[in-house]
Ligand binder design. Structure first.
Ligand SMILES: Cc1cc2nc3c(=O)[nH]c(=O)nc-3n(C[C@H](O)[C@H](O)[C@H](O)COP(=O)(O)OP(=O)(O)OC[C@H]3O[C@@H](n4cnc5c(N)ncnc54)[C@H](O)[C@@H]3O)c2cc1C
Length: 489
């Protein structure tokens, strides 16, 4: 309650400490629940600066939050939750290629706006309908189309961030600028803004140049890596691009209050090949062939998710054979529809007819149907949380990533670990770039299952690290993986 009194008149946005509100912000999409001290919904930059200074002076932790769809507990904490999704959600400027936005802009809203100009923000978290761009930047988000677009980091041109002492930095590839803002003084506390940029840049230089070999040695061979700070590629021609460092830092280095992001042209035509397999090993082998044929997405969907898809959509579900163990969903795009059809035919010819990997396949080239299939696949994943009975897909091991060539050896090893712990799991993910979601089906109210969590995660992660991979290829370290970071690095 004290927080509310202290911040009255200093912050324009909502400050809430009532129980119902705190409970709402005590959880996200992870398995964790932590009740915060308060929730603040800043309305503008000045609100963020004032809040940060207040919290700094009282040693209260701040936890920036977008829509809270993170799976690793990244936006939870016992201090003050800073809800950036509520009031800071405006598109500020668009010049035809780059767009300046506030962090609360929702990914799907951004792409709806851009589509009117034949542009797109390519990296595509499956939670596009709810997740914010602040969350995507803080986690270096990506999704099914990583093969075509890569991750958010490649598109961040500039960021405005508020550091822990209230300093505002505008950071980007060409210059980093420090602004000393005139902000309302927090009650009874005198502020002396200090210059931080020189200090940060010189210390970063020492760290990155002085530890170049160690950084290289501990960078995994996986194509994606969302664990720890991203120190590769932040120094170019003696200039530090701090925007690249803030991207993927999970809100731990500062609060993003504005972002300028590069967009891409919308692809001309696209189509899908749905390839069905009787064994996961065959699907993984086929994914290597598909990637070499220039696909824009290559996702693997397992038997459990296929069953949910069949039950959810009577129309599209008919296309999914009931005996399929695994499906590869492969997307091709091209300048014209004939080209798309031709390329999809070549993929099926190779994977089904010449290599005998898939036992059946079909294509979809009508844009409406393509959109519906992607939507169905995105919608069935949350259904794993609502299975009948008490067991649920538990998102705590989550999104390991190894170099795609390692998948054929790593997947059987992971399956052996699951068997040793007597746990079944749903396995799916963006196998085209070596990333796999492992969602063990467990009942956390059963003490036997709850006891298994730590050992199971540890054994699975060991296999991944031994193969040169990362324990997080997509969702960040958060609470669920921080404990294993020492082994990762
Ligand atoms: C079913 C399901 C599917 C998913 N699929 C994908 C996927 O395909 N790809 C993917 O990348 N992720 C995926 N996710 C994870 C998650 O949805 C994404 O990472 C999403 O981008 C997070 O956005 P958010 O707005 O919910 O952020 P939150 O969960 O609220 O926060 C995520 C992190 O960002 C930080 N943050 C948020 N805003 C700011 C800010 N303004 N300044 C500083 N830090 C900030 C938070 O502190 C936290 O560390 C999935 C989640 C679910 C539940």
């Amino acid at each position: 309650m004290r927080i509310q009194e202290d911040l009255r008149g200093i912050i324009q946005g909502d400050v809430r400490c009532d129980d119902v509100f705190l409970q709402l912000y005590a959880s996200d999409a992870s398995i964790y629940e932590i009740k915060p001290l308060g929730v603040v919904r800043p309305r503008n930059l000045d609100d963020v600066i004032a809040l940060v200074r207040y919290a700094n002076n009282r040693n209260i932790s701040l936890h920036p939050r977008g829509s809270g769809s993170g799976l690793a507990g990244e936006s939870l904490g016992s201090g003050i939750i800073v809800d950036m999704a509520h009031s800071m959600r405006r598109i500020l400027q668009f010049d035809g290629e780059s767009i300046r936005i506030q962090p609360g802009v929702v990914h799907q809203q951004l792409n709806k706006f851009l589509a009117r100009h034949d542009r797109v923000f390519g990296p595509d978290p499956a939670t596009s309908a709810v997740s914010t761009m602040g969350g995507a930047i803080a986690l270096d988000g990506s999704g099914s189309h990583w093969l075509k677009y890569g991750s958010t980091r490649a598109y961040v041109e500039a960021l405005q961030v508020v550091l822990a002492d209230g300093t505002v930095l505008d950071v980007g590839p060409n210059k980093n600028i420090e602004t000393l803002c005139a902000v309302p003084q927090v009650r009874g506390v005198l502020h002396k803004p200090q210059s931080r940029l020189d200090d940060i840049e010189s210390r970063m230089k020492q760290l990155v140049i002085g530890h170049r070999d160690i950084i290289k040695e501990h960078t995994p061979s996986s194509l994606t890596h969302r664990c720890g700070y991203h120190l590769n590629g932040i120094l170019k021609n003696e200039h530090f691009n701090l925007a690249k460092l803030f991207t993927g830092s999970e809100g731990s280095l500062g609060i993003i209050t504005e972002a300028t992001i590069r967009t891409s042209p919308l692809p001309g035509f696209r189509g899908l090949a749905l390839l069905f397999f009787d064994r996961i090993e065959k699907a993984i082998e086929a994914s290597r062939l598909a990637v070499n044929m220039g696909v824009s997405a290559c996702d693997m969907i397992d038997r459990r998710l296929l069953a949910l898809a069949r039950a959810t959509s009577s129309n599209l579900g008919k296309a999914i054979p009931s005996d399929a163990e695994v499906m590869l969903l492969v997307e091709m795009d091209a300048e014209n529809s004939q080209d798309v059809r031709h390329r999809l035919r070549m993929i099926i010819d190779r994977i089904q007819h010449r290599e005998n990997l898939a036992y059946t396949a079909r294509t979809a080239v009508d844009e409406r149907e393509v959109g519906q299939i992607w939507l169905l696949m995105k919608n069935v994943i949350p259904m794993l949380y609502r299975l009948e009975g008490s067991r649920r897909a538990i998102p705590f091991v989550e999104d390991i990533s190894v170099h795609p060539e390692q998948l054929t050896t790593v997947v059987p090893e992971l399956q052996t670990v699951l068997k040793q712990h007597q746990v079944t799991a749903s396995l799916f993910g963006h196998v085209g770039h070596g990333q796999l979601h492992i969602r063990p089906l467990m009942d956390l109210s059963d003490s036997n299952d709850a006891r298994k969590l730590h050992g199971l995660a540890s054994d699975l992660y060991e296999k991944v690290v031994d193969a040169g991979g990362t324990i997080s290829g997509e969702h960040g370290a958060g609470l669920s993986r921080t404990w294993f970071m020492r082994k990762q690095f």
